[in-house]
Write a protein that binds this ligand. Structure first.
Ligand code: UGA
Length: 451
């Protein structure tokens, strides 16, 4: 099929590469000319495992442009909107990019029927809203005329950064939010190889064992939009729940990891997203929980569980600094090294990363902070040049003379540290990730969460 994708962020680019790999003719539009230049040269502008490899194999078949007029929109079978919807200060989603996309589509849609698929996480009802916008803009351009040859559907995306391409090929479900039979049929056709799992997997991304089919779940548009928020809010709440239990575990002398394992053996609870520690960050959970609370408020509802999940999450960051402060008897002038800066491993993304709030507070209280991360420090230097933190690429240098070390992100490389070479001091393991026995034997003062 001929597919046009608007927006080449994590969702747009991974989806584009996956669809191109499956044999579709994919054109990507992005308003950022630097990004488009890189993509044209075959360079992936984001860090995502295996994306470079699969992109290299399909690059020749893909097109990239900043100009809607060059994207052959009139002949597109499917147009996917995957633009960013970052948070506004009041928690609501910023829809500027979505509006721009709708306006441009109104200008360029042709006479052949096409479906417009909303993959961006948008306020509940936005699908209809985009449809309305396109109609309105079309009327402005062609007074008295109506455009009938398109239909907007919702297909929210559930990929996680760090495993985004894998999730694109092997999602646990594909949601189709529409009640329009021809649209459902066309979108199902596009996703048939994913549904039936009958494509030859990329060498670097073998199919998970036992995966024979991915469900295509059809529901109405508004439910599809809302279930995306519900999914993220549920996962965020699950993490905050285990963190709240962790505080009590610590007080009574229980072990949060044992509790998580023990409850997770019940399939009704499940063992994933129960890793206690510093809590969640990233571009999604914070943004989507805030949006859900704001949308509910507009409807006169109080989302107390989701709000509590947010409160617990952001208190975890304060817990880290307060705990270290207590342990060291003050932070003024103390040398602290942070291991990991990205919001989770396998990404260089710093959006809502706990490292930022923690660094800011440590520096405010007088600590001398050094931060290491395998790949996120270029972003840190560019985005947070004034945080007052020394960004150190060399792990052994970062570990030369700290009085305290905080493990923020569980990058695999940190499990290979030769602790015998690190000066003894306090280690606060914010992800319960390090080998505590070894650290104890070597004489480190180890703080773990919920233990
Ligand atoms: C999340 C969802 O998992 C995806 O399904 C969704 O598509 C995506 O948001 C989105 O809306 O675009 P992502 O933010 O990339 O994906 O990363 P996650 O793996 O969910 O991790 C989020 C945060 O939770 C990370 O900071 C991670 O360290 C933390 N986390 C995760 C925990 O603290 N404990 C856990 O047990 C799991």
């Amino acid at each position: 099929m001929r597919v046009v994708i608007i927006g080449t962020g994590y969702v747009g680019l991974n989806t584009a590469v996956m669809l191109a790999y499956l044999g579709n003719a994919v054109t990507c539009i992005d308003t950022n000319p630097d990004k488009v230049t890189l993509l044209k040269q075959g360079i992936v502008p984001i860090h995502e495992p295996h994306l470079d490899d699969v992109f290299a194999s399909v690059h020749q078949r893909m097109r990239f442009t900043t100009d809607y007029a060059q994207a052959d929109i009139p002949n597109a079978d499917v147009i996917i909107i995957a633009v960013g919807t970052p948070s506004l200060p009041d928690g609501k989603a910023n829809l500027t990019y979505l509006k721009q996309a709708a306006k441009a589509l109104a200008e360029h849609l042709g006479e052949t029927f096409t479906i417009i698929v909303n993959k961006s996480t948008v306020p509940i009802g936005a699908g209809n809203w985009v449809e309305g916008l396109i109609h309105d803009y079309y009327q402005e351009l062609h007074p008295g005329k109506m455009k009938h040859n398109f239909n907007v559907i919702s297909s929210p995306e559930f990929l996680s950064q760090g495993s985004a391409l894998h999730n694109s090929f092997y999602p646990n479900r594909v949601i189709i939010g529409s009640e329009h039979a021809p649209s459902i049929e066309r979108f199902s056709k596009l996703f048939e190889p994913i549904h039936l799992q009958n494509f030859e997997p990329p060498e670097c991304l073998p199919r998970p064992e036992g995966l024979t089919e991915v469900p295509l779940f059809v529901c109405n548009l508004i439910s599809a939009e809302m279930l995306k928020y519900a999914a993220n809010a549920f996962l965020a709440t699950k993490i905050s729940f285990i963190n709240e239990i962790g505080h009590l575990a610590q007080k009574v002398g229980a072990d949060i990891d044992a509790i998580a394992k023990g409850i997770g053996l019940d399939p009704r609870i499940g063992n994933r997203f129960l890793n206690a520690g510093i809590g969640w960050g990233g571009s999604c959970f914070g943004k989507d929980t805030a949006a859900l609370v704001a949308i509910a408020q507009e409807k006169g509802l109080d989302m107390s569980i989701v709000q509590a999940a947010r409160d617990v999450n952001y208190q975890q960051r304060t817990w880290v600094v307060d705990t270290l402060n207590e342990k060291l008897g003050g932070l003024d002038g103390r040398r602290v090294t942070l291991l990991g800066f990205s919001f989770k491993p396998n990404t260089d993304d710093l959006r809502d990363a706990p490292s930022i709030d923690i660094s800011r507070e440590l520096v405010k209280r007088g600590a001398i902070v050094t931060a290491h991360d395998p790949i996120a420090l270029d972003n840190a230097r560019a985005q947070y040049p004034d945080l007052g933190v020394v960004y150190e690429n060399d792990l052994s240098k970062a570990l030369e003379s700290p009085e305290a070390i905080i493990l923020i992100t569980e990058w695999p490389i940190y499990s290979t540290i030769d602790w015998a070479k690190v000066p003894k001091g306090v280690v606060l393991d914010g992800r319960n990730f390090l080998d505590t026995e070894t650290l104890w034997q070597l004489g480190f003062d180890v703080i773990r969460f919920g233990k």
